[in-house]
Design a protein around this ligand. Structure first.
Ligand SMILES: C[S@@+](CC[C@H](N)C(=O)[O-])C[C@H]1O[C@@H](n2cnc3c(N)ncnc32)[C@H](O)[C@@H]1O
Length: 156
């Protein structure tokens, strides 16, 4: 996974716009900040604060992680610690849809989806974000409400 991330990063540096990272940046900012410098670390997302310390980042981003973390609230609490008090936490996630028919579909397909992908795709993202203590500044939902773009402050 780390090699894949590094490879994606090289493609970003080469100006090839296929990276999810660029897609995430474009979702939140009309002009991604450049030049970007990266350090790659392989770690449990909940433990990153042990390496970097509290209040160490202006911006913390997670994409499609809350569906896969064993304890998404705990991880988000860790990411919250990483973020400076006046910083921002950006989340691009998928979770439970807005509509009953979509919720029903997600419920029915859950076991197969988890078994195949290790992904709980009907988690209540808004609830997770609130339980972790973050303050939601804005939230946009797409794809029948299943894709979430959240801008949050660490609220500390
Ligand atoms: C759906 S993938 C998303 C990957 C990537 N963030 C993206 O947007 O393409 C979820 C990833 O979370 C990783 N993961 C699960 N639990 C984790 C944890 N506690 N710490 C770090 N990564 C974790 C899984 O290994 C998997 O690669």
């Amino acid at each position: 996974m780390l090699e894949e991330a590094k490879d994606k990063w090289r493609r970003v540096q080469a100006g090839r716009n296929e990276s999810l990272l660029v897609a995430v940046a474009n979702l939140f900012y009309s002009t991604p900040k450049a030049p970007l410098v990266a350090e790659f670390v392989e770690a449990d997302a909940a433990e990153l604060v042990t390496k970097f310390g509290e209040d160490s980042f202006d911006t913390v981003v997670d994409s499609f992680g809350l569906c896969s973390f064993q304890d998404p609230v705990q991880v988000l609490m860790g990411l919250r610690k990483l973020c400076k008090p006046d910083g921002v936490i950006l989340l691009l996630e998928h979770g439970v849809g807005r509509y009953t028919w979509m919720k029903d579909y997600q419920e029915k397909a859950l076991v197969r989806h988890v078994t195949t992908w290790g992904c709980y795709f009907n988690r209540d993202i808004e609830d997770i974000v609130q339980k972790a203590g973050l303050k939601i500044e804005s939230i946009k939902r797409h794809h029948f409400g299943t894709t979430y773009c959240v801008v949050a402050s660490p609220n500390k």
